[in-house]
Design a binder for this molecule. Structure first.
Ligand code: PNW
Length: 482
């Protein structure tokens, strides 16, 4: 076949933010340094059988010690922003269900220095307050099934916003509460590894409450900052035609999207979700006044997107297909949904087994714009895992570059449709601890050799640097190199 190379470029709006993203437990290591106490991910990863190969975040990318080198690499790539998370157990290591406990200055200092280092490199920090590393002491008192966890989160958010709010313009309360609730408490493939559907729905509510209390706290402590929330919204569709197939779409949309969007943005839980889940819980953990607290909105919504969600009705006649990409568990994350199945999709998948369809990213961004006109949007995660190898100091990750190329065009399609997308954060800056998959899955555009901690820019990183430098993507994937 002939390869046409056109140098024609599709441009992004001036000022579009170009970033990468990471999360504390996935990159930092140094889990027992400077006063940090265990999180639920320390406990989970040190429990045999929970993480592939018994991997833990004890060392991870050693970013806690190498952050200067890492920021220098970001500068080489030309990224204008960086999304990272703060490890709660570094900030208030003695937190209990009843009280936040003393603030640990050494914990705050690490993030304050990181922020300074980023700003000095011309990179704007975007801070996530909770990316899944709940202090273990709070889990021992019920974790996200307890409203006291949400109350303590609000206090912790105030501490971080007060310390960093003079230099940080955007605070994200939570990353993907869907994962925290359903993977942590229903399927159990994430920490704390519980498999109780009712607990998962209580967690949904207390995570929403945490967003509300956290948003109020950030606005008090850092009045000029923007408050955001990052959701892994699902682009749910069916290839079936029956009413039951369409009902499966509605149900999964309710459990993954609307149960977070509606309370935060509209101040109410979707009535159909309450009905769907009535066999599991009566939602009596929603107390009078809670929805007013949750209904804080956001100044900018973070959207994480990797893969489409395809469903169909399950009538029980054949074994239920559960290719939903959420890890293998005897327990489904889809509470009260035994009549839904997730069929295998044809075509290319990433190393996660996730199928690739960039259209979903356009659809989600346009949907948010349609349902909440004017709501500013950030793509806070998008990227792909492949089995990368370093050969002679290079990583030819052609598939990742193609994935990024397709998804950046999808962002442009959303912009063309009027969606106010302000930036894009590639997941991830570095290969890192991929939760239940440990180090076996590599999402980075920078390769990490875990024996030596050596960083190697993958070809996709050089390609991304070229995109950033031009503020544009080429029509043809191959025609741009930094
Ligand atoms: C997100 N799922 O996690 C997280 O925000 C990142 O920390 C993570 O490394 C990245 O995506 C890649 O996985 C997810 O099962 C984990 O649907 C699991 C799912 C979705 C997102």
């Amino acid at each position: 076949p002939t390869t046409t190379t056109t140098t024609e470029l599709r441009r992004f709006p001036a000022g579009f933010a170009w970033g990468t993203a990471t999360a504390a437990y996935q990159v930092e290591g140094a889990v027992a340094e400077d006063g940090r106490t265990p999180s639920i991910w320390d406990t989970f990863s040190h429990t045999p059988g929970r993480v592939v190969d018994g991997d833990t975040g004890d060392v991870a990318d050693d970013h806690y010690h190498r952050f200067r080198e890492d920021v220098a690499l970001m500068r080489r790539l030309g990224t204008t922003t960086y999304r990272f998370s703060v490890a709660w157990p570094r900030i208030t290591p003695q937190v209990s269900a009843d009280a936040l406990g003393p603030v640990n200055p050494a914990g705050l200092q690490f993030y304050s220095t990181l922020v300074d280092e980023l700003l000095a490199a011309g990179i704007e920090p975007v801070v996530t307050l909770y990316h899944w590393d709940l202090p273990q002491a709070l889990e021992d008192a019920g974790g996200w099934t307890s409203r006291r966890t949400a109350e303590r989160f609000g206090e912790y958010a105030e501490v971080v916003a007060a310390a960093l709010g003079d230099r940080v313009r955007t605070f994200t309360t939570l990353n993907e509460p869907w994962c925290s609730a359903y993977l942590g408490y229903a399927s159990g493939v994430h920490a704390p590894g519980r498999t109780e559907p009712a607990a998962a729905l209580a967690a949904v509510h207390h995570l929403n409450l945490a967003h509300g209390l956290g948003a109020l706290a950030v606005r008090r402590a850092a009045p000029s900052a923007r408050v955001s929330l990052t959701l892994n919204l699902a682009w749910v569709r069916t290839e079936g035609t029956s009413p039951a197939d369409h009902d499966a779409v509605r149900r999964v949309d309710g459990l993954q999207n609307r149960v977070f969007l509606d309370p935060v943005l509209r101040g109410e839980y979707p009535a159909d979700v309450l009905v769907d889940t009535a066999s599991v819980t009566d939602w009596s953990f929603v107390l009078p006044g809670d929805l007013d607290l949750v209904h804080q909105g956001v100044d900018v919504l973070g959207v994480n997107y990797y893969s489409p969600t395809v469903v169909r009705a399950w009538d029980g006649s054949a074994p239920r297909a559960e290719n939903d990409g959420h890890g293998n568990s005897a327990h489904s994350p889809w509470v009260a949904s035994t009549d839904v199945e997730f069929p295998e999709l044809p075509g290319h998948t990433t190393a996660m087994g996730w199928s690739v369809d960039a259209r979903g990213l356009t659809e989600l961004l346009v949907r948010m714009h349609r349902e909440h006109p004017g709501l500013e949007l950030l793509v806070t995660e998008n990227g792909a895992a492949y089995d990368d190898v370093v050969v002679a100091g290079q990583v030819h990750d052609v598939e990742r570059t193609e994935y990024l190329h397709a998804h950046l065009h999808a962002v442009l399609d959303a912009l063309d449709a009027g969606a106010p997308v302000r930036g894009y954060f590639l997941w991830s800056f570095l290969d890192n601890f991929e939760w239940g998959y440990g180090f076996s899955k590599r999402f980075g555009i920078v390769h990490v050799d875990y024996l030596t901690q050596r960083r190697t820019l993958k070809d996709s990183a050089l390609w991304y640097a070229g995109v950033i430098a031009q503020n544009a993507v080429p029509q043809e994937v191959a025609s741009l190199r930094a």
